[in-house]
Design a protein around this ligand. Structure first.
Ligand code: ADP
Ligand code: MG
Length: 152
């Protein structure tokens, strides 16, 4: 069954260019509930841990320098079929290939500075959320509209 959370980062560049508000509006307009959100500055170690799956890629070192170049906004997003629907909303990794109206098409500057991250699986959505948020920092609305302070 498709999971109901995904994890996103508004990357440096998008933050510096004052795109936090417009990007969050696109996200909530698309039906996502923001279950946790904060602005942080990654250390090089944290950026390396977050993107360790890409360690062998030629673009890795430049990606790390970019991700530590300024503050980022991290958020947990909740919606039915969250991972897949959010990947559709952000569009292709390369903004030139991203469909018109997608977040990367609208706000990305390059393949590297592509405005946002979106988890690629339910398992990674959970891992990434747990990496950045403690139980006190995330709020999930269940079917009865009760606010819960921990992920089920
Ligand atoms: P996505 O973020 O769409 O899941 P990947 O997981 O493949 O894409 O890559 C992680 C991030 O690494 C991308 O969002 C982008 O910032 C950067 N990246 C990917 N491919 C390249 C590339 N060819 N050149 C520079 N940066 C890249
Ligand atoms: Mg990825």
């Amino acid at each position: 069954m498709a999971g109901r959370i995904t994890f996103t980062i508004i990357k440096p560049g998008a933050v510096q260019n004052e795109h936090i508000g417009p990007i969050l509006s696109k996200i909530t307009d698309a039906g996502f509930h923001i279950a946790g959100i904060k602005m942080v500055q990654l250390s090089r170690n944290e950026a390396r841990q977050f993107y360790c799956i890409h360690e062998e890629k030629s673009f890795f070192e430049e990606l790390i320098e970019f991700m530590v170049s300024g503050p980022i906004v991290v958020a947990i997003l909740e919606k039915h079929n969250a991972v897949e629907d959010f990947r559709k909303l952000i569009g292709n990794t390369d903004p030139q290939k991203a469909d018109s109206g997608t977040i990367r098409n609208m706000f990305a500057k390059s393949v590297q500075a592509n405005a946002v991250h979106g988890s690629d699986s339910d398992e990674n959505a959970r891992k990434e959320s747990e990496y950045f948020f403690s139980g006190f920092e995330k709020f999930f609305v269940d079917e009865k509209n009760c606010v819960q302070g921990a992920m089920n």
